[in-house]
Every structure is written in C-alpha cells, then in structure tokens.
Design a protein around this ligand. Sequence first.
Ligand SMILES: Nc1ncnc2c1ncn2[C@@H]1O[C@H](COP(=O)(O)OP(=O)(O)OP(=O)(O)O)[C@@H](O)[C@H]1O
Ligand SMILES: [Mg+2]
Length: 266
Amino acid sequence: MTALTPDPAPEPASVPAAGHAAVAQHPSPAALDVTGLTAGYGGPPIVEDVSIRAHRGAITAIVGPNGAGKSTLLKAIAGVIRPKAGSVRVEDHDVTGLAADKLVRRGIAYVPQVANVFPQLSVHENLEMGGYIRHGRGVKERAAELYTLFPDLEAARSRRAETLSGGQRTMLAMARGLMVDPAVLILDEPSAGLSPKFQSTVWERIEQVRSTNVAVLVVEQNTRETLRHAAWAYVLVLGRNRLEGPGRELLHDDEVVRLYVGVLTK
Ligand SMILES: Nc1ncnc2c1ncn2[C@@H]1O[C@H](COP(=O)(O)OP(=O)(O)OP(=O)(O)O)[C@@H](O)[C@H]1O
Ligand SMILES: [Mg+2]
C-alpha cells in the first residue's frame, strides 16, 4: 500500500497479490503509462498530476467517489479531451495529445459508460463498425474470435443492439472495442446499472479478456467486486491520486474503509 499525500508515489514495495506478481516480473514496459496528467474542460483542472500504469494480462482499476474525475481521466487518456500537462505512453510510445481516432490505431480502445453501441445496428454490424481500421478478412476473423469469447453475442448476432439486455449491451460494447485488438481496453463503469447476476457475468468476461493478454483499465465506483478483481487499484479523490495497491489489500485498508464506508456496496 502506498499513501500518496503529500509526496509523489514511490514504487510500491509490497509483493502484489496473485496476478500482479506475474505483472511485477514482466520485463516489458507497461501497456499504458500515464504520468502527471492534468486535464479538464477549459476551467480549473478536473484531474491534476495523475499517474497510473496498466499492464497486459492484468485488470487495473480506478475507483473513487462520484465526481472524483474518473471519467475525465479516461477521456484524457483516450484522446476525447486534450491533456493540459503530463504524458500518455502506450507500449513505450509517446501518444500524448493524439486524437481519439489516432489512439485507436495506437492500441487504446475506450468504451464510454453510455452511447457505446449503435442501437439501430445489429450485433454483427456493431462489431464490423468497431473493426473499421481492419481490412478484408480481418474483420470477419476477429469477429469470429470475439464470438468465441462472448458466446451470448454469437447467438444474438442478427439482433439490433437496442433489443439486447443491459448486460448483453455491455458485452457488445466491450467486444466492439476489442475488434481492433488493442493493447489497452478502457472501460468506464461497465457494470453500472446492471443486476448483480449480470454484474458477475460482466466480471467473468472482463477476466476472460484479461487472460487474452489485454491490459484492462476499468473505472468503477468503489465496489468490493472491483477491488476483488483488480491486480492493482488506484483511488482517485478530488482529481488526484490518493492511494494505490493490490485491489485485495485496498479492500482491507483502514483509510479506504474510513473514506468509503457506505460506498462499498457489494
Ligand atoms: N463535459 C463536461 N464539462 C464540464 N465539466 C464536466 C464535464 N464532465 C464532467 N465535468 C465535471 O468534472 C467533474 C468530474 O466529473 P467526472 O465525470 O470525471 O467524475 P467521475 O469520477 O467519473 O464521477 P461519477 O462517479 O459520477 O461517474 C465534475 O465536477 C463534473 O461536473
Ligand atoms: Mg464517471
């Protein structure tokens, strides 16, 4: 566990929980390395000097209260808004300030919380749209791989997205993001608004995606479920890094409990 106030974070010294141990030994650079990121909407910064890393084959979580700036941070990483300061690197390449469409080609797939599928299009057409940077057979082959990962979607491939359940729609949004075979899949509150049963299914799928060697960066409000799955989690408060550590350690951390009792809902 690393308390981040008021000094910059030293490298965490503790040996992380299962899953992260492999990550810690990983010789290659982080799939996503965000350093000192500051961003907002033209007024005072909403996120300030935020640093996070996500590794392939691991789930990394960002948790924190409403309005902490979690979605804003994701937008700045994904090129939806332009960072004012700091850097974003993907697999050791500097991609800071690139627009969203360019970042897709550099390995970042971003799934916003809402408006993440085309409701009028079928499941399969949504996947084709997601694979727009692929050519020829590449689209069909990748869609076939994703149907293996998301069997529910294969059964529904001809259905319009608007007829899917909330859980299925979340799966479709994830699969659509994965069409480009990204290094990093960024998910903003994928289980929000879903019943507990669908939330578990979404987490199962996220774990499967992780196991295909994707770096999954997931934002959620501070649920126990998120911390259980996260090899590494960052707590964001008032737009700044507050704490970080293996998800399961944060679950038992006094400060996290003190700050979020009543927010940890599940
Ligand atoms: N498009 C926007 N223009 C101006 N301000 C915005 C915009 N979107 C968000 N904000 C402000 O940025 C702050 C952080 O919002 P953000 O959505 O990033 O928080 P969050 O941590 O994702 O919250 P939640 O848990 O509710 O999703 C809030 O004060 C919000 O009002
Ligand atoms: Mg949000």
